[in-house]
Design a protein around this ligand. Structure first.
Ligand SMILES: CC(C)(COP(=O)(O)OP(=O)(O)OC[C@H]1O[C@@H](n2cnc3c(N)ncnc32)[C@H](O)[C@@H]1OP(=O)(O)O)[C@@H](O)C(=O)NCCC(=O)NCCS
Length: 221
């Protein structure tokens, strides 16, 4: 795999929506990444591979479902902004996207909105690569603190965050609207401080050694 890390652009949206749908199937309505790209507070990155060509999946056959789910399926295209533009043109980005992540920057705080990796490429260091790159980006943008909410049941993601020095600082009861699940609030305070920077440096080097990713590529955006 040849990782390429860059800022998300409109051409990435079909694949980003695909990954989002796979990772967060219960989220309704789904996240609107086209709106996020136009949001000045939001910054998104993708990890992709220009040695693999993306082949879009077959378009779904017209639904014949009846009742509530049939109605839902027919309404879906109205809310699901899967095309990069409103003209129905096919995506032009040919490189294959493994995953994406993003943040909102407000008053010196970087709030991680999302991180997701295609299911078949998980446990290969890509989530870490995304998180490392996002923290670097947060620092470049002048953030002093990085924060996020994660579902109380999502222990895989919590492990990833804990590995990178996020500390549990609170609980938001019933934060998630789909199932009223609690959100665990996790934060890295003072990301530019010497101890935090030293820890990040150590983790970056360990990641580069383990996954044979040249450290220079981590700053390829
Ligand atoms: C969370 C997610 C992005 C991790 O991506 P990934 O590419 O599989 O993660 P990595 O391979 O880089 O793993 C990094 C670390 O995360 C933790 N981790 C990730 N998946 C794990 C799992 N299934 N079990 C245990 N720990 C896990 C571990 O600490 C791991 O470090 P280690 O390899 O030294 O044990 C991915 O599982 C995903 O897309 N999940 C669905 C979306 C989601 O839940 N996003 C979080 C929203 S807050």
């Amino acid at each position: 795999m040849a990782f390429n890390i860059r800022l998300m652009c409109q051409e990435d949206l079909p694949q980003v929506n695909e990954i989002d749908h796979e990772a967060f199937p219960t989220l309704w309505p789904p996240a609107n990444y086209l709106r996020e790209l136009k949001n000045g507070l939001a910054h998104y990155i993708v990890v992709c591979d220009d040695e693999i060509e993306y082949e879009p999946p077959e378009p779904p056959k017209e639904t014949t479902q009846k009742g509530f789910f049939g109605l839902l399926a027919r309404l879906n295209p109205l809310f699901n902004h899967r095309q990069p533009s409103g003209n129905g043109a096919p995506p032009t980005a040919a490189d294959y996207t493994y995953g994406f992540t993003g943040l909102w920057l407000m008053a010196g705080e970087a709030h991680i909105t999302n991180i997701a990796v295609r299911e078949k490429y998980r446990r290969q260091g890509i989530g870490e690569l995304l998180l490392i790159s996002l923290i670097d980006l947060a620092i470049e943008l002048g953030a002093k603190l990085v924060t996020l909410e994660v579902r109380a049941s999502n222990t895989d993601a919590q492990r990833l965050y804990a590995k990178y020095g996020f500390i549990e600082v609170g609980l938001r009861r019933g934060y998630y609207t789909d199932n009223r699940e609690d959100g665990v609030l996790m934060t890295i305070e003072d990301i530019t401080s010497a101890p935090v920077q030293a820890n990040l440096q150590r983790l970056k080097q360990a990641h580069a050694r383990r996954w044979k990713t040249p450290a220079a590529r981590l700053r390829g955006y």
